[in-house]
Design a protein around this ligand. Structure first.
Ligand SMILES: [Fe+2]
Length: 197
């Protein structure tokens, strides 16, 4: 495994979690649905813990969390753009439209976050010694939460959009009701939505 690129992954993972915190803080200002607010409040707290967990991996690997990398800059830029997009929607004065923008923004942010952790899991399998241990422990702690963040918010986004189109929506979404934690589970929950209306 290329050590330098593993370090780059960790810098991007840290920046994704830091940006994720800002994305959730802004998304909560856009949320109208009470169940969604509750869900995102929980995810905000978990994201705060993920920041610390990545910092702990970096400490084990002797990496300075303050170091800037070109990839990290890009991740930060995207996070800031998502925050800006939600602020634009908020200022247009349509709360339900802003909530949709927030849901899409969370899905975009969590897609990157989910990928990072999937890759950290893969790296843990190839690494050795202390590094392997640090990566594996962090991955075990975070993985299920990341699955939930992505799959449940994807469900929210779809159902809120369906509701906005004036069609019957499943709210909270099937992914949340069925406590989905895998891609297969998410596909099944989506397929079953017709029976949940
Ligand atoms: Fe996270």
């Amino acid at each position: 495994m290329k050590q330098e690129q593993l370090h780059e992954l960790l810098y991007q993972a840290l920046e994704t979690e830091l940006g994720g915190f800002q994305v959730y803080a802004t998304a909560l200002r856009c949320a109208v649905n009470e169940d969604l607010k509750e869900e995102w409040t929980e995810y905000l707290e978990q994201t705060e813990e993920h920041v610390q967990i990545v910092q702990e991996i970096m400490e084990t690997l002797g990496l300075d969390p303050e170091i800037e990398t070109p990839g990290r800059k890009v991740v930060r830029h995207i996070g800031q753009a998502l925050v800006k997009a939600m602020e634009m929607a908020l200022s247009s004065g349509d709360p339900k439209a802003a909530q949709l923008v927030a849901a899409e923004s969370v899905v975009l942010a969590e897609t990157k976050d989910h990928l990072n952790w999937e890759l950290i899991g893969e790296a843990a399998k190839k690494a050795t010694g202390e590094v392997a241990k640090a990566l594996k422990e962090a991955h075990d702690e975070v993985e299920d939460e990341e699955d939930e963040h992505l799959y449940h918010t994807t469900g929210w986004t779809r159902e809120l959009w369906i509701d906005s189109l004036g069609m019957p929506a499943v709210l909270p979404p099937p992914e949340e009701v069925k406590k989905v934690e895998t891609a297969i589970g998410a596909a099944r929950a989506k397929q079953a939505r017709g029976d949940m209306l």
